[in-house]
Write a protein that binds this ligand. Structure first.
Ligand SMILES: [Zn+2]
Ligand SMILES: [Zn+2]
Length: 202
């Protein structure tokens, strides 16, 4: 049985080179960002990103924003100083100010526009988390892996289904992890040892 992993990987892996972004993919020149728009029919919140996104992945945690019916979110990171709210900032609110990654979401449609870390000692400080499916622009990076897969149990998936779900994701050509990917773990470790972090990611 095929489950609804995420719309971006619904029919095979659509976020791999599509006809829309094939040229930027072939040229291996990631497009520097784009616009993200919330789901409001009128006066949407618009966020503009002016850097390529990195580490685009599926996430099974309970905090990341997921489209209706999807088991996973699709989430990537961009440098925080390259993200700005360019329309209807007044509609944004912080979902929960007590968590490390504060989700700034539209108070009308509920879409998470970006997640931001305010603690300068946190390993993700300096990066914002975004959902590139909110953009109609071409050239975003493809999904690279699925993280926190077993965490979908926390939002109601039966643990006995995990093996099938992992197989389904591997069938899309993606590796599955119950935490971040080794690359992101290495990044977190490098932050802990105070290496120059921006060069590691971008
Ligand atoms: Zn909205
Ligand atoms: Zn997550």
């Amino acid at each position: 049985m095929n489950r609804s992993i995420h719309p971006a990987v619904g029919a095979g892996i659509e976020s791999r080179p599509s006809t829309r972004n094939i040229w930027s993919y072939i040229n291996n020149q990631p497009k520097p960002g784009g616009k993200l728009t919330c789901k409001c029919a009128s006066n949407p919140v618009v966020v503009t990103v002016t850097a390529p996104a990195a580490h685009n992945h599926l996430c099974g945690c309970t905090k990341c924003w997921k489209p209706d019916g999807a088991l996973f979110s699709q989430v990537a990171v961009v440098p925080r100083d390259r993200l700005s709210v360019t329309q209807n900032q007044g509609k944004l609110k912080i979902l929960d100010e007590t968590v490390s990654i504060q989700r700034h979401c539209c108070s009308e449609c509920g879409t998470h526009m970006f997640g931001r870390v305010e603690d300068s000692n946190h390993h993700f400080f300096g990066l914002d988390f975004i959902h590139i499916e909110l953009s109609k622009d071409d050239g975003w990076p493809p999904i690279q892996f699925a993280g926190f897969v077993s965490s979908i149990v926390e939002s109601g998936t039966d643990p006995s289904e995990l093996d099938d779900i992992r197989n389904q994701i591997r069938g899309l050509g993606l590796e599955t992890y119950d935490e971040f990917s080794p690359e992101l773990n290495a990044y977190i470790a490098s932050r802990a040892s105070d290496l120059s972090f921006k060069n590691q990611v971008f």
